[in-house]
Design a protein around this ligand. Structure first.
Ligand SMILES: Nc1nc2c(ncn2[C@@H]2O[C@H](COP(=O)(O)OP(=O)(O)O)[C@@H](O)[C@H]2O)c(=O)[nH]1
Ligand SMILES: [Mg+2]
Length: 241
């Protein structure tokens, strides 16, 4: 029967990204009574689940980028012989489980998963794309909940939004007291999770000498620059190298 496992030899060559997205999270999160469109509690749970992945999964992502219910993780190495089936199953399973524990959910949740083949030089372009999506999602979800609060049905709201330009949504939301240029940075730019190396000076009592060691810690960056700008480009350059 082993020969029927016909996808088991499918492999991917690093570097690549894996993007996972919460399945049906619109409904799945209902029971939590989250603030709309953004709830810091949910964003923390997502970022903490990814941080736990860095610490406990045994896999070694370069860094990760998350907004809303999606996470992109970047890899330049992968155990399991780079097998697609392993990558696309273990990663969403780990994050689903971590999020379930973190949010104390009573019903199971799942993430879908896809592999994105990227040359080293494509990683920046990919991140520009996902951060642009973060921004679009930010504008449209504020627009959506503003219209909904003003008494429209879900269908009417979706229809109206489709016909509105971004600038019109900005104005609409502004009239309801929210300036979309001044919302928290994480809502507009997303959150990055990465390892940072720091040199630590210790003392070796046997040799009676100072020793320098590299300590790694995980950073959650909630104050990301716009990747298109110089500061953002430099950050990504540093993370990729
Ligand atoms: N209330 C709330 N919902 C969120 C938040 N972040 C993500 N979501 C929900 O997650 C959904 C993610 O979008 P999408 O993946 O397209 O929808 P899905 O197919 O239902 O998972 C959004 O539509 C929101 O309903 C948050 O901070 N607060
Ligand atoms: Mg989703």
């Amino acid at each position: 029967m082993k020969e029927r496992e016909i996808y088991s030899h499918l492999k991917v060559f690093p570097p690549f990204a894996v993007r996972i997205d919460g399945r049906g999270f619109r409904r799945a999160l209902d029971s939590l009574g989250l603030l709309k469109p953004y709830d810091e509690r949910f964003a923390h749970a997502m970022a903490d689940s990814v941080e736990l992945f860095f610490k406990e999964s045994g896999l070694n992502p370069l860094f990760a980028f998350t907004f809303s219910d999606e996470v992109s993780l970047f890899f330049h190495e992968m155990p399991y012989n780079n097998r697609v089936e392993k990558i696309d199953s273990i990663i969403p399973a780990f994050v689903s489980s971590a999020l379930t524990i973190r949010l104390r959910l009573e019903k199971p949740v799942s993430f879908d998963s896809r592999i994105v083949l990227l040359g080293k030089e494509d990683i920046y372009k990919y991140l520009l794309w996902r951060q642009a999506e973060t921004w679009r999602n930010h504008v449209s979800s504020y627009g959506y909940y503003t219209l909904l609060k003003s008494g429209m049905s879900e269908n009417e709201t979706a229809m109206s939004l489709k016909n509105m330009k971004a600038s019109q949504i900005h104005e609409l939301v502004f009239r309801h007291g929210i300036n979309l240029a001044e919302t928290p940075v994480w809502q507009r730019c997303g959150i990055m999770i990465y390892r940072e190396s720091r040199e630590k000076t210790g003392f070796n009592p046997l040799k009676q000498e100072e020793v320098k060691t590299q300590r790694k810690r995980i950073i959650q960056d909630w104050n990301l620059p716009i990747f298109k700008n110089e500061e953002g480009r430099k950050l990504i350059e540093r993370l990729v190298s």
